[in-house]
Design a protein around this ligand. Sequence first.
Ligand SMILES: *[C@@H]1O[C@H](CO)[C@@H](O)[C@H](O)[C@H]1NC(C)=O
Ligand SMILES: *[C@@H]1O[C@H](CO)[C@@H](O)[C@H](O)[C@H]1NC(C)=O
Ligand SMILES: *[C@@H]1O[C@H](CO)[C@@H](O)[C@H](O)[C@H]1NC(C)=O
Ligand SMILES: *[C@@H]1O[C@H](CO)[C@@H](O)[C@H](O)[C@H]1NC(C)=O
Ligand SMILES: *[C@@H]1O[C@H](CO)[C@@H](O)[C@H](O)[C@H]1NC(C)=O
Ligand SMILES: *[C@@H]1O[C@H](CO)[C@@H](O)[C@H](O)[C@H]1NC(C)=O
Ligand SMILES: *[C@@H]1O[C@H](CO)[C@@H](O)[C@H](O)[C@H]1NC(C)=O
Ligand SMILES: *[C@@H]1O[C@H](CO)[C@@H](O)[C@H](O)[C@H]1NC(C)=O
Ligand SMILES: *[C@@H]1O[C@H](CO)[C@@H](O)[C@H](O)[C@H]1NC(C)=O
Length: 629
Amino acid sequence: MFPPFPSYVLGLLLVLGSTTTVIVNGTASHSIPSTLFGLMYESGDGGLYGELLQNRAFQQVQPRTATSLLAWHPVNGAALAVIADPKPLSAALPNSLQLTVPVGTSGQAGVGNEGYWGINVNSSWTYTASFFYRFPSTLPSSHVNAHVSLISASGTVFATQSAPLSLTSSWTQLSLSLKPSHSAPSILNNFTVTVDAASGTTINFALFSLFPPTFKNQKNGMRIDIAEALLELNPSFFRFPGGNNLGQTAAQRWQWNATVGPLTARPGRIGDWGYANTDGLGLLEYLTWIESMGMQNIMAVWSGYSLDTLSLPEDELAPYIEQAREQIEFAIGSTTTKGGALRASLGRPQPFKLDYVEVGNEDFFAANTYPYRWKDFVGNLSAAYPDIRFIATSDAWDPLLNPTPQSYDVHVYQTPSWFIDNAFYYDSFERNGTTYFEGEYAAISTNASDIFGVPADGRLLWSTMESASSEAAFMTGLERNSDIVFAASYAPLLATPNLVTFDAGQVVRSTSYYTQKLFSVNRGEVYLPSTLPAVGGAVAWSVTQKNSPKQFIIKIANAGSEPAALSFLLPSAVKSTGTAQVLTGPKNMSNTIDSPNGIAPQTAHISTGSTTNYTAPAYSVSVLIVSAA
Ligand SMILES: *[C@@H]1O[C@H](CO)[C@@H](O)[C@H](O)[C@H]1NC(C)=O
Ligand SMILES: *[C@@H]1O[C@H](CO)[C@@H](O)[C@H](O)[C@H]1NC(C)=O
Ligand SMILES: *[C@@H]1O[C@H](CO)[C@@H](O)[C@H](O)[C@H]1NC(C)=O
Ligand SMILES: *[C@@H]1O[C@H](CO)[C@@H](O)[C@H](O)[C@H]1NC(C)=O
Ligand SMILES: *[C@@H]1O[C@H](CO)[C@@H](O)[C@H](O)[C@H]1NC(C)=O
Ligand SMILES: *[C@@H]1O[C@H](CO)[C@@H](O)[C@H](O)[C@H]1NC(C)=O
Ligand SMILES: *[C@@H]1O[C@H](CO)[C@@H](O)[C@H](O)[C@H]1NC(C)=O
Ligand SMILES: *[C@@H]1O[C@H](CO)[C@@H](O)[C@H](O)[C@H]1NC(C)=O
Ligand SMILES: *[C@@H]1O[C@H](CO)[C@@H](O)[C@H](O)[C@H]1NC(C)=O
């Protein structure tokens, strides 16, 4: 239903000049897909995964090099070396840390770990600390006590527990709880394991671990504050394990089977950002956590092409296709399948839900080889799993793929002005059944010629109000086109200058984070067409409707330097009061590690009516909620 707006009313509004009139049509054009806003992930350890110790198991390092001791330090003159253990803890973990207490040492000696740029010592938490040890040569003549502690850089002890080590040359695990007596004032703390001076004693250590409580108390789970910040975004899906994290080279690709089972069976891998990953956050941990967050899986499989730009020839693809099939089978196979049985043996008999599988990552970089890789991967995988929607990662128009992809993943890193200019990006796309996943997007530079350049020019260190409001303009276009755009995720998710920045002790919600949150939390069920914004204009909007109770949800991006007066002519009678959630600030305003709470959305009551007037501040993202009368 559309209420009559006599021409004199429209004329009156138009003569008001600077006010833009937006007529909202009460007949929905399409439903908003339930997957529309979600998250993409391609990070390594030291963030989402809860483990606090860096280089905990000496994975993927060259023994006896300085870098093999990354994050580890001697205590009281102990001699430390990472060795290729002649009797390793497991085939997957060949290295151990050999500690020798020099002859003549008095007091305790041992080893400390600095964590991932610090360790958060919180007196509300009970930590679980563990490690494996063995005496590789002569057993000590009397028992040796180990002391496990959390201490500050200057030596203040927050928690310590002691236990005798068994005098054995076989690997033995010691596990104990640490409860700090008080919280540390800074994150520059260490985890230490020391032994009463047993002058001349040598001990081998392997697979250390220090865990705080995790999100929903999941075993081997996620860091609470980061997971909660992500949950607050109301995300509908999680794209994993990458992204670039799928593989730097074929040999270093992410392999699901190396990430499941006991931690002692996981070799870890050099991730795509150059450092080793424990793979403690493995396929089962991903699936379990994603489900507990209420998200759907968009799971990627490696497709024969890596960041080193090498593609496998077609006649070498078969084993990789089989590995991708097994990866899917582990997630959703019944317990009568090999993968499903393995999953059940690890405590999860019920299959997970998996509707989307992405074939590769940014394979537009290998457009010449994608046709045969796509054909062979999707040909085989869709025969085995006909209900899964396979997502292509090349450009929709080039190369031609067979079978015709049902969906494409589109990526864009650009300037704020690009995002403003491309609020209509999808409007001209053919409506022919093909759907799109805007899988990575962010305004990362104010300088079009250095999108991937160094920060010195335009590259943003932090998302700003300018970048966040321009992304919002683009997102109004995603909502308008959500008949064909079924999912969208900002990228990158974690670290600097990404959606969520963190250090060992805090999480910073960026301006872009709040844009994502405003869009994701305030979703409608259907899209209501409205007067289109000006192409290339700094002000853009989209209107959706929630059905019960009936509400109009109006999102307004103003990525320009002037306030914008708008008048929305709504299609039915509404209540006289509504709310406006507004994120706004100076053009270059950011939340940073040093100033994490500079800017956040504010909610205010506003007068609403069948003509609802609103002035969007310069550099702002606003969501107006207007309830039907
Ligand atoms: C509202 O949308 C419907 C369905 O697309 C269309 O038939 C109608 O003409 C529109 N009304 C106005 C005033 O644009
Ligand atoms: C504690 O960590 C700091 C870095 O934060 C490091 O310089 C120091 O050597 C560490 N000490 C121990 C005993 O691990
Ligand atoms: C300490 O733990 C409590 C309880 O989980 C939490 O509310 C608080 O934010 C934590 N503090 C830090 C600095 O992580
Ligand atoms: C994973 O499976 C592949 C074969 O698909 C095999 O080559 C590799 O060794 C396995 N990795 C582990 C750690 O089991
Ligand atoms: C399955 O993959 C193999 C190996 O690349 C290929 O020869 C075959 O054509 C593929 N099957 C289908 C149905 O696409
Ligand atoms: C739909 O149109 C796009 C763009 O023209 C094209 O790339 C895609 O293959 C088409 N999809 C189908 C199912 O024909
Ligand atoms: C934009 O980046 C280019 C390439 O790095 C640089 O030469 C130019 O000076 C930059 N322009 C501005 C305005 O920073
Ligand atoms: C933001 O811009 C203002 C005015 O140009 C300037 O004074 C301020 O230093 C800038 N702040 C940041 C964080 O760049
Ligand atoms: C919005 O502005 C118009 C024109 O000035 C006015 O008629 C209308 O009552 C205003 N709406 C509200 C809810 O104040």
